[in-house]
Design a protein. Structure first.
Lengths: 593, 642
């Protein structure tokens, strides 16, 4: 084997541009410093107990060295009482402190890990709604699962173990120097080999392990998709292709395994050579020194035993060092969320009144491409406005502007005279709610799922809200009532029931203006019908902007705005528009037959 | 098997009778790898165990003031070190190869099983378990399989060193030989506790991860409505529970670590203590004493494998059991697949043309007939089915494809029972696109690379399903794709809206161009403008082909050759959309959705509807009330929209 080049395909390479920022080195450094400051005491304690454990571990070799010295010198008194007086207590101290090292290392690692994951979630839930709308939650999701997972090992093991390993090595080297000062330079002979080998390895290893891990995750992901898409796979006769895909992924993953195996095939002999050089030079150089009478044979024995003990901490450092490097990337992704400006907003800004007003609004997701152009609208309190138009015309975007999720590029969108995009998210949502196709049921009790909309609501309030959306029937039939665990892993709710929970939240949150992005369109139309009845109750007395995929929604509205190509092309009541004979009228006729 | 030869051309037929048998089967199938690992392991461990002898020899040489013997010790040391390094590297290579080949084999078996079970898998609870085995269990299974030969090498070495010391220094060797089994086995009783705590910790960590990803998945809801603190508190509690469980687990592991210091340490104390007595009597040389002491120190390394193998087994046995259970799953509806002509066809029933489709020998064609509901789908026409109850329509659509999970008479295509055709032939003849078709991740080109008749070009299918803006959106999202067909879809097409996903799925089904295409609510999330254009596209592309659309939107129904109303599991009436709207109140109730005030009685006050169980099947009979709207307050355009 001459060598293995890294595989051409890298599964860890980003396929799409990362939607959320990755932390800059300065941000990462600042975070690590902060983390260290928070746990400085625990670090110091860990180092202290480790020092005691390592020093105690050197008592045995020292005693044996002493014994060897005396036997070699033909001394009559071998002092067996010292073994009892020193070795046994030292051993007990070592055992107790090794236990402490392990335990404190774990406690420190777990604390740092808990800090990290909690910090990340705190940051995530503070993200501006506009960022979430645009970036989606997929990237965040992969950060909180994959990246936290990768960091778990680093925090729980690598950081404490590296601290232990470095201290351990230094103390043993110190012990060696104290035992036999002339031997110290002999150890240094091994250093060049170690440095050259490790530089070669650690330049390649971290990214290779990242790719290998991503490759293995891709194997599992392909299978998960096959399982998830069981119906589709069978209907389209894709079984063979799915098997082929899985095997293709296995080939890609194992190519990286083969590459990292090659990296270790270089590292292992290097590390073995280092250990051999250390032990060999101590024995040979020390042996010559003893022959010349520069040191005693007891010192040589102790030094040789300590040199053998160096194997463990050196391997510990090598074992965890690349883990730490891999973890750096994950850490950068986690703290990257800190680089997003939190939703500033002017806390003093509050709307006076309930009128929604858009004036000369321009908006685009990308520089130079406006999705909405010169849109102006006034929605009087209590009116129901329907936005209709073909896909991609800008209906949903307009709805999000009216709900204050995005701010316009030019022009202004105001609620009660106050600009929505300058208010805080908390202020906006007490007045306006955006209801979309996403009706997430959180893992947890039914109560928690409702309480999020009104944290201080009583059970009576919750039942009233469920009743208002027609959900109290099935909810009362649940075994544990409001305590019933729902969401993934709990009682499975039908999509319609999930939607009713979403509506009950609206009743509890009680905003006076609602933007509906065809909340029921993902449901079977016939299941949607009952929901519309629930919805009608929720809408009562509120201002409603409905993005309508279905014409009956439009028909029921007070005013219809036809959005085409980023502009409002028709505006008026259903009867007006049908009478006008424009595009809406044509569509209505074909729909209504 | 070398890593570069993976994947296996054929992963074989596993022994799935039990977890241990499955482990045994995996090990047996990589026997040469196991033997290689054993051989290199022996070289490695033996060489490591020989080092103390070199050390003792060197010290003795110095005591004897012999430069020549010191040099000889140096030579021996170099030799041992070379053997250690060689053995270490090659043991690692063979062991990792064993791990990877075992893991790859299990992954291949899982992929084949999942692909073979197809829809049958999603009907079982097992779906999650297959994924769990793939993500969590495979590694542990590979660990034990790989560790078996490594452990054997270590155990043989420990035994050999014990015997070697007895021969080398009988007096002190007895002490070591007596102590070794105690040191090797002492921690084993602690391991079950430790692994139990580790399991508890993992479970808690899994729960915390679930809560975190659940919170993030619903983050838009939280930010839109509130309750962030509620969920943060909940996560903090779960996170702290993980921490406590981890520390609890660490307590046990640290106890094990302390034991592993204490017991070999006590053996060392015994060696030194007894060594002093022997030295007093002149029965032991300095070199021998150093050798024995150093041996006990070095033996910690192979001894550690006793603990490892116990851990590997306790972790991998439940994993192997799960894997064996998953791999032994079979389709419940496995049929012989012999093609049998229906002898008891529908009495006087229509459609027994019974001809075989052109170009696809063995695939029947003709009218599709469902004896259970009496639904007849004439060959070459576009039939729309309107069904009051969404669940019932889903089941009916599934039955039209044959090999349905529920009991009942088989659907007939051209007089041939679909259930009696091999699954693949049945699926070729009839493609059922369910309510929730899954877009598989990959490029659009890969998405559309499905088995197809070849008669429909991708661009035609995409045009008919009105996917132009979907492709635009995808092309904008991916920077490097010049051709929109190379734009990538994320898993399940989550980056797209519901309507966009439906249109791509429809394009894929149209491209397949099956003899019979069954579409269940293909445009329920598509806006009315686009739906109207899709209806035209569908009509045009499937001209002369048999198509069934389950729908309730007039925009689709208006384009059907015939519309069938199914109510309470039976065909009630057949006709054209416009006629049915005029003549059939039940039909009107389903499709016009109460927009016509004259025909839709207001039932909003009907308390019996409040419980609103969407599955109770009364949908067809219940009319949607006119939404109670606030008074029209007035809205005006205040500025010209230029």
């Amino acid at each position: 084997m001459i060598g293995v080049t890294p595989p051409a395909y890298d599964p860890a390479a980003a396929t799409a541009a990362s939607t959320l920022p990755v932390g800059a080195p300065a941000t990462v450094r600042a975070y690590v410093a902060e983390l260290y400051r928070r746990h400085r005491g625990a670090f110091a304690a860990l180092i202290a107990v480790n020092t005691v454990a390592v020093v105690a571990s050197m008592v045995g070799p020292w005693l044996l060295g002493d014994l060897v010295e005396r036997v070699a010198a033909g001394a009559g008194d071998l002092r067996p009482e010292r073994v009892a007086a020193l070795f046994v207590p030292a051993l007990l101290v070592q055992a107790v402190f090794v236990r402490q090292v392990r335990l404190r290392g774990a406690m420190l690692g777990e604390r740092m890990l808990a800090d990290l994951r909690e910090d990340f979630l705190v940051r995530s839930v503070g993200l501006p709604p506009g960022v979430l709308e645009r970036a989606g939650t997929g990237d965040l999701l992969s950060r909180i699962t994959t990246d936290i997972d990768r960091l778990a090992n680093a925090m729980r093991e690598a950081v404490p173990q590296l601290a232990i390993g470095v201290m351990w090595t230094l103390l043993l080297l110190g012990g060696l120097v104290v035992t036999a000062p002339p031997l110290a330079p002999a150890v240094l002979l091994a250093l060049p080999v170690l440095i050259v080998g490790c530089r070669w390895y650690f330049r390649r290893a971290p990214s290779a392990y990242r790719s290998e891990a991503a490759g293995y995750a891709a194997v599992a992901a392909a299978l998960a998709e096959t399982v998830d898409a069981g119906h589709t796979v069978e209907a389209h006769r894709l079984s063979d292709r799915r098997v082929e895909l899985s095997e293709h992924r296995i080939r890609q993953w194992t190519a990286w395994e083969r590459y990292t195996l090659w990296l270790r095939s270089v590292l292992f002999p290097v590390v073995n050579a280092v250990h051999a050089v250390v032990l060999g030079s101590v024995l040979m150089v020390g042996g010559v020194f003893v022959l010349h009478g520069w040191i005693g044979v007891g010192q040589l024995t102790t030094a040789a035993l300590i040199a053998q003990m160096l194997v463990d901490p050196v391997n510990l450092i090598l074992r965890w060092y690349d883990e730490l490097q891999v973890a750096q990337v994950s850490l950068a992704r986690l703290v990257g969320v800190r680089d997003i400006e939190p939703d500033a907003g002017d806390a003093s800004l509050a709307p006076a009144g309930r009128e929604v007003l858009a004036k000369g609004v321009h908006f685009g997701y990308r520089e130079g491409v406006d999705v909405l152009r010169e849109v102006s609208l006034r929605v009087a309190p209590g009116t129901r406005l329907a936005l209709v138009g073909p896909s991609g015309a800008g209906k949903s975007t307009l709805g999000r502007l009216l709900a204050g999720v995005y701010g316009p590029r030019a022009g202004r969108v105001a609620l009660g005279g106050a600009e929505l995009s300058r208010m805080t998210a908390e202020q906006v949502r007490s007045h306006v709610a955006l209801v979309n196709q996403e009706h997430h049921v959180f893992v947890g009790s039914l109560r928690d799922n409702l309480l999020l909309a009104a944290v201080h609501a009583t059970d009576t309030d919750l039942w009233a809200a469920l009743g208002a959306v027609g959900a109290d029937g099935w909810a009362r039939a649940l075994d544990d009532g409001l305590e019933t665990e729902v969401g993934s892993g709990g009682v499975a709710l039908t999509p319609a029931q999930a939607q009713q929970i979403a509506l009950a939240r609206l009743v509890l949150a009680d905003p006076h203006t609602l933007v509906l992005d065809e909340a029921t369109s993902l449901l079977d139309p016939r299941a949607a019908r009952r929901l519309e009845r629930s919805l009608a109750r929720v809408l009562e007395g509120r201002t409603v902007v409905a993005i309508a995929h279905r014409l009956h929604t439009a028909h029921d509205a007070d005013v219809i705005a036809v959005v085409e190509n980023g502009r409002i092309s028709e505006l008026g009541s259903h009867d007006d528009l049908v009478a006008a004979g424009g595009p809406y009228a044509a569509l209505w006729r074909s729909w209504h037959g | 098997m070398q890593i570069q030869d993976l994947p296996y051309p054929d992963p074989g037929v596993p022994d799935t009778r039990s977890g241990p048998r499955f482990l045994w089967w995996l090990g047996r199938n990589q026997l040469d790898g196991q033997l290689r690992s054993l051989a290199w392991g022996l070289l490695h461990f033996m060489a490591v165990a020989a080092l103390p002898f070199c050390v003792g020899f060197a010290v003795q040489a110095v005591v004897d003031r012999s430069g020549g013997r010191l040099a000889l010790a140096g030579g021996l040391l170099a030799l041992c070190s070379a053997a250690t390094a060689l053995g270490d590297t090659l043991l690692h290579r063979s062991a990792v190869t064993n791990w990877i080949t075992a893991a790859a084999r299990v992954q291949q078996l899982l992929a084949r099983k999942a692909a073979h079970l197809g829809a049958a898998l999603t009907r079982r609870v097992a779906a999650g378990e297959v994924v769990a085995v793939s993500t969590g269990d495979v590694e542990k299974i590979g660990w034990f399989v790989e560790a078996a030969s490594r452990f054997t090498a270590a155990a043989l070495t420990v035994a050999a060193v014990g015997i070697g010391l007895l021969v080398y220094q009988p007096a002190l060797g007895v002490v070591v030989a007596a102590g070794l089994p105690v040191v090797a086995l002492a921690v084993l009783p602690l391991l079950p506790h430790a692994t139990r705590r580790a399991d508890a910790q993992r479970e808690k960590a899994g729960r915390a991860t679930e809560l975190a990803s659940d919170t993030v998945a619903g983050l838009r809801v939280l930010r839109g409505i509130g309750g962030e603190e509620l969920f943060l508190d909940r996560y903090r509690r779960a996170s702290q529970e993980v921490r406590r469980a981890a520390v609890r687990s660490a307590r046990m592991w640290s106890l094990i670590a302390a034991t592993q210091v204490l017991l070999p340490g006590l053996l060392l104390v015994a060696v030194v203590w007894y060594g002093i007595h022997l030295a007093r009597q002149g029965r032991i040389s300095v070199g021998e004493l150093v050798t024995v002491y150093s041996s006990v120190m070095v033996l910690n390394y192979p001894l550690w494998h006793f603990q490892e193998i116990a851990m590997a087994y306790s972790f991998s046995r439940p994993s192997a059991q799960r894997a064996a259970r998953v791999l032994s799953l079979e389709r419940a509806t496995e049929r012989s697949g012999a093609r049998v002509r229906a002898s008891d066809g529908p009495g006087g029933g229509p459609g027994d043309a019974g001809s075989t489709g052109p170009g696809t020998p063995g695939t029947p064609s003709g009218d599709l007939y469902d004896p259970a509901t009496g639904l007849l789908v004439p060959s070459g026409l576009l039939t729309a089915v309107v069904c009051g109850d969404p669940d019932a329509s889903g089941l009916l659509a599934q039955r039209l494809g044959g090999h349905a999970p529920q009991d009942g008479p088989s659907v007939l295509l051209g007089g041939v029972r679909l259930d009696e055709l091999p699954l693949d032939v049945a699926r070729t003849a009839v493609l059922v696109q369910d309510k929730d078709p899954v877009l598989l991740s990959g490029s659009v080109r890969e998405l559309l690379d499905v088995p197809a008749s070849g008669a429909v070009r991708p661009i035609e299918a995409l045009t008919a399903a009105r996917c132009d803006d979907v492709l635009d959106a995808l092309a904008q999202g991916s920077s490097d794709a010049a051709d929109p067909l190379d734009a990538r879809l994320t898993e399940r097409g989550r980056s797209l809206s519901g309507g966009q996903r439906q249109r791509l799925a429809l394009a894929r089904s149209l491209l397949t161009d099956p003899e019979v295409l069954v579409l269940d609510e293909p445009t329920s999330a598509v806006d009315a403008h686009t739906e109207a254009r899709i209806a035209e596209g569908l009509r045009h592309l499937r001209n002369g082909r048999t198509t069934v659309v389950f729908a309730s939107s007039p925009l689709l129904l208006d384009h059907a050759d015939r519309v069938v109303l199914v109510h309470e599991g039976e065909v009630v009436v057949v006709g054209a959309h416009r006629d049915l709207v005029d003549t059939e109140p039940r039909y009107r109730a389903v499709v016009t959705r109460g927009t016509d005030a004259a025909t839709a009685p207001d039932t909003a006050g009907d308390a019996s509807d409040r419980d609103g169980d969407p599955r109770d099947g009364r949908g067809a009979a219940t009319l949607k009330p006119r939404a109670e709207l606030p008074e029209l307050v007035g809205l005006e355009e205040i500025e010209e929209t230029a």
